[in-house]
Design a protein around this ligand. Structure first.
Ligand code: ADP
Ligand code: GLC
Length: 507
């Protein structure tokens, strides 16, 4: 018998994705399976997920959910990753963004929908479906935050629970009136339980009731214990710090590989960068810019939000474009409508120098990472930050905020003319437009020295952020959470003996 882990999340590529969570869920499941763990993903049966998953079969009815629910079990397309989809009338209607409508307003029934997802996990753990009961449930972000509380309320023993926080800013806080309908017992509706400033908080429920908590980088694990980055949960997290683990994310090195990427114009590698010039020309053309091989191309590719400093970039970029007359900017993203309009206006104003695509587009994302010279990635906070790591794989140098996971993954070139030996990017502090502009200037200064630039590119391309190490750390945590009789199942031969559950800090 293999160790079984049920990963509960709202997104997973290629079924549904709005951000890095979706990348992490699928590649974690795949990496666990490669190590012999029987990992499966439970997620909402959004219409695109139902359409893309393969071999779906009935896995049980859940008549007690509001409106009724049904589980369908199948696989990720073309991959050995089992996926279980919860089909409910409400999820059936979510054709676009899974959380908000076209106007950007949160769906009114989110609490009930994601509460239903947690109940589905409980039903699986209780053996009320045709699916095998997991030894550990790995809940991710607020969407799965109720799982540990509802398992406890149902008195289910023998299933360890881990909550991974990918982003503390999203908490799933809803009127407490929902609690009864969601099956949260009265004793859990208190400040010691799931209550957060009078509301029912899915994330707080997870933090409070999961056996263990983890987050996706070591630096973010430290930051979330402080008022500045704690989003009001720092006290609660500090109280649980002995159960808090820091396990960095991995990068899917096969999807993001310039040597094999089928989505880019010409493959390349550190020893032969000629393909990158072809990709640059393609990118310039794709974004309606002159194919000038000497123009430094600065790319932005992320959610257009306050977290990602979209507001700061909107002020800094005109300054950069004025200061560096040859620079070009390509922008790919979607998010807050005001920022989207701002970037569209920027492209209009700097026509022929700024190209913008508002929308979500996987192919364009690959073209952007492959073809740009630099990636501008401001963040007010960044739990991990996959995007700069993707760009680094393609020798595109990140200019990023010195926060969270960025601190752990990018080595700043330093202020002097010669970049430090390990430099893989440019980091900056602060969220003033001048902080961002100064960082871009440093990058441009480096760019004009090809041998120094290439040295930084080589470091960036060689940086190893694969899943190799983190997946072993997850298995060590799962092992610690499994019941006594199941623990040995997590003792896998490929795990090196020195990998332990990495506690962020002991009390
Ligand atoms: P976050 O999860 O906070 O958005 P990450 O950098 O960890 O930040 O992950 C973002 C993921 O979403 C990356 O895979 C990135 O390529 C992708 N992404 C973001 N915006 C877009 C877009 N407009 N088109 C395509 N991919 C996008
Ligand atoms: C979140 C974070 C991002 C992280 C991703 C995957 O959305 O904002 O930093 O990389 O989750 O963990």
């Amino acid at each position: 018998m293999n160790a079984r882990v049920l990963i509960v999340a709202s997104e997973a590529v290629p079924l549904v994705k709005t951000g890095g969570l979706a990348d992490v869920i699928t590649s974690l499941a795949r990496s666990l399976r490669k190590r012999g763990i029987d990992a499966s993903i439970l997620m909402p049966g959004y219409p695109t997920a139902l359409a893309r998953a393969t071999g779906l079969q009935d896995a049980g009815m859940l008549p007690d959910l509001p409106g009724g629910g049904r589980l369908l079990a199948g696989s990720m397309p073309g991959q050995d990753v089992p996926v279980i989809l919860l089909r409910t009338p409400a999820f059936d209607t979510r054709h676009g963004n899974p959380y908000v409508d076209d106007a950007g307003t949160e769906f009114a029934d989110n609490a009930l929908c994601f509460g239903a997802l947690a109940h589905a996990a409980v039903a699986i753990c209780a053996g009320r479906t045709t699916l095998a009961r997991p030894h550990v449930v790995h809940a991710n972000d607020w969407h799965a935050g109720l799982v540990p509380a509802l398992l406890r309320a149902a008195g289910i023993q023998g299933t360890g629970t881990l909550l991974t926080i990918h982003n503390l800013a999203f908490q799933g806080n809803y009127p407490m009136a929902h609690a009864a309908l969601l099956g949260i017992p009265p004793e859990m509706r208190t400040a010691e339980g799931c209550e957060y400033w009078g509301q029912l908080s899915f994330l707080k429920a997870g933090i409070r009731y999961a056996d263990c908590i983890s987050t996706v980088s070591h630096s973010y694990a430290g930051e979330i214990l402080t008022p500045r980055f704690g989003h009001g949960m720092d006290g609660l997290l500090s109280a649980r710090r002995k159960d808090l683990h820091a396990i960095r994310n991995g990068v899917d090195t096969s999807t993001w590989d310039p040597a094999t990427d089928p989505l880019i114009a010409r493959q390349f590698g550190p020893l032969d960068m000629r393909g990158k010039s072809v990709c640059k020309r393609e990118l310039q053309t794709l974004f309606g810019l002159p194919a000038d091989p000497f123009a430094p191309v600065l790319a932005l590719g992320s959610r257009m939000t306050h977290q990602k400093m979209a507001d700061v970039a909107l002020v800094a970029l005109p300054e950069v474009l004025q200061r560096f007359p040859r620079a070009q900017v390509v922008i790919l993203g979607r998010g807050d409508h005001g920022y989207e309009a701002g970037f569209a206006a920027l492209a209009k104003h700097f026509s022929g120098r700024v190209g913008v695509h508002i929308g979500y587009d996987e192919q364009r994302a690959h073209a952007l990472h492959a073809g740009a010279d630099m990636l501008l990635h401001g963040s007010r906070f960044e739990p991990f930050g996959l995007t700069p790591l993707y760009s680094m794989r393609y020798g595109t140098i990140p200019i990023a905020s010195r926060v969270g996971g960025i601190i752990d993954t990018i080595v700043d070139a330093g202020l002097s003319g010669t970049p430090c030996k390990e430099a893989s990017g440019i980091l900056f502090d602060g969220d003033a437009p001048s902080n961002m502009t100064a960082a871009v200037s440093r990058a441009f200064d480096l760019y004009v020295n090809p041998s120094r630039w290439h040295a930084v590119q080589c470091n960036a391309m060689a940086a190893d952020f694969s899943w190799e190490q983190p997946v072993q750390e997850y298995i060590a945590v799962y092992r610690a959470l499994a019941s006594d009789d199941a623990r040995a199942l997590f003792d896998l031969p490929l795990i090196s003996s020195d990998v332990q559950a990495v506690q962020y800090m002991t009390a």
